[in-house]
Design a protein. Structure first.
Length: 103
């Protein structure tokens, strides 16, 4: 009869590199976002060839949509919401990096 050989011990699971996009970190708003926010607040064009002209409803809507997209995707909305609910900055930071809970 053949002698049974011992199985080599299984190697420890390979540590995977964390996904830098998974935790929902946000970056500093772009120059475009800062400009759009200034335009919306002033309700006029603050830079470019139309500087000083009033924003049309379409242009104001485009800026609102762009800024909302930036905020939502970045997690800042969740962060500010948590702060307004009375959570600490550390708790708000943690909540802003989690995915939305399905209801």
């Amino acid at each position: 009869m053949a002698r049974k050989t011992e199985q080599p011990a299984q190697a420890a699971p390979k540590e995977s590199k964390p996904n830098k996009y998974r935790d929902g970190r946000w970056t500093v708003p772009s120059k475009r976002a800062k400009g759009y926010a200034a335009d919306r607040k002033a309700k006029v064009h603050t830079y470019g060839p139309k500087e000083g002209n009033e924003l049309t409803d379409y242009e104001a809507g485009m800026r609102s949509g762009y800024l909302q997209c930036q905020t939502d995707h970045a997690g800042m909305y969740k962060y500010k919401k948590a702060l307004s609910e009375g959570k600490s900055k550390e708790e708000a930071r943690e909540l802003s990096r989690r995915p939305w809970k399905k209801k």
